[in-house]
Design a protein around this ligand. Sequence first.
Ligand code: GLC
Length: 659
Amino acid sequence: MYSFENERLDLNMRINDFVESLTLKEKFKLLSGTRYWWTKPIRRLRIPRMGMSDGPNGVAYHSSFRKNTQFPVTKCLASTWDKQLAERVGVAMGEEVRAVNKHILLAPGINIDRTPLNGRTFEYFSEDPFLTKEMAKPFVKGLQSQNIGACIKHYAANNQEFKRYTINALIDERTLHEIYLRSFEDIVKNTNPWSFMACYNKVNGFHGCENPHLIQDILFNKWKFDGFVMSDWFATRFTSTTGCINAGLSLEMPRTIIYKKKSLLSALDENQITEERIDELLKRMVKIMIKTEVFKKKIARGRRNTEEHRQLAQKIAEEGIVLLKNEGILPLNSSKELKIAIKGRNTNKKMGKFNYGGSSAVIPPFEITPLNGIGVRTHIKLVKDPKEADYVIIFTGLNHGKHEDAEGFDRLQLHLPEEEEKMIMETCEKNPNTIVVLINGGPIAMEKWLNAVPAVIEAWYPGMMGGHAIAKVLFGDINPSGKLPITFPKKIDDSPAHTNPDTYPGDKQVHYREGIYVGYRYFDKFNIEPLFPFGFGLSYTTFEMSTCELDKEIVTREEIITIKINIKNIGMVSGAEVVQVYVSDVESSVDRPQNELVGFAKISLQPQEEKVLCIPVRIEDFAFWDVSIHDWKVESGEYRLRIGSSSRSIIFEKIIMVE
Ligand code: GLC
């Protein structure tokens, strides 16, 4: 046995022994992948290959050629604002990755929603870095608890699909750190992720894979990341051998492009790179090979397509569904015989198809469509003509077709396809009791038809059990508790990235001129009324927050404040509320948003039940990025805390003093 295989030896000894055992040629081999999802084996040393699989919604078909549990998309998980669910789904996905004999899941995707038209909005959490990091950290923890590596992607500022391979994102230092790197940083510092994926695009002039500022300076030196960086697939195409080695890229995927033997040898000969640097990059990767049990003969087999995983997929969908509008029509009576007409492009649409939407596509063993979900309800009589129906339900939204919600293409419009809008309007003419259920991955403009419709539900892409979850919300078996993790603008021109062609979509460059004013930060700052604000979501019951107490009013930067809220369910059905805490710096030396999310908690309450909800808030989350010191800064002085049930429904305001 080689000592690197010896599990009783100290990890660093095993790592050093591994690299010292390699010939130069073998080192070169390990720097790039093979067969699309694997590192290369080194047979002489009995070094096995390490395997990766997409993606954020479960084990993708194209990287496993297996049907696996199709969880709801990340945008739906984010809408639950439920950290425990995030951790549970991380554990479940870890089990499924192990069951297909892989070692790394290429997730979570944590890029910030800068434009609602980004084709991959469904794959990411939020427009807000705090919500993103607070939901991504438990996911990473859950995943890695199964000895499956997370791969935090796409580092960094991969905020659009338009020209994603070549676009150069021009971002000022403060915006880069305060918005686009913030979640990456917090995940590194608090969950020790085992890998990162460098992005296709350029950031301030350098492609992600050969960006020394992002990788060596910030990720390695400043944040002390001790995992390894792999490229996005074919992302090294426009880069150089020397550039990537010196920036810190350990693994070129899916195959050798710039880490060819002859390129590496000539770079060594010309002293552009050193063998010590190659050793350092390999040690980062070998550490993760050991942690993901690549060398272990007997490892836990993992579990996939279990009943438990399906229940979890349904639970996330149930908690992620957002009730956007309800003029007393929902929930529908769940026992009386009802005549219902069903329409809409997503009524019986299966989303789990090969590469449908891109790399995250999971094909489940089966998929419960909305029609299936309704069909199991025996008290429902489906009728064709809306005029004969008690209610009409329109299951509409988008799908993963080109220029809808798909990797590689951005959406071309914020509203639904015209024919869907027309159908909604015509249906409302025939029957005013028309409910719209949106199945899609991001904001939708609704100005044409919203007023005509008494109820709207945002169900996202709810995964393989989505039809049951949607039906349970429609008929009141469960009370919706989702909250929007992204602002729904009234029209695309209201969106901060859309003020000018060079702020979006750009051409060679895309200018992040809106700076830190992304999402609700922008709508608040410039007093633009959104269609539905960040953090918004209705319920079938009513919650009343009667008191709000702070455990202290004068604090230092290192401290944590606990906010105690007395909250009561004063309605007739049980439900859950997400209480949100926003902060604003009353007298700041720099321009700052009016509100920034710094805390939240979700609480379930039976009818008439009252509880005290405690929300911890870390003062260090009040920081802005100070470019004069190239670091975070919390200025002393007064801060206003705003507590409520959305970014625009504030119940309490409290002033605290930071010393
Ligand atoms: C894709 C995606 C990335 C994915 C990888 C492997 O192009 O950008 O998210 O993990 O390639 O499929």
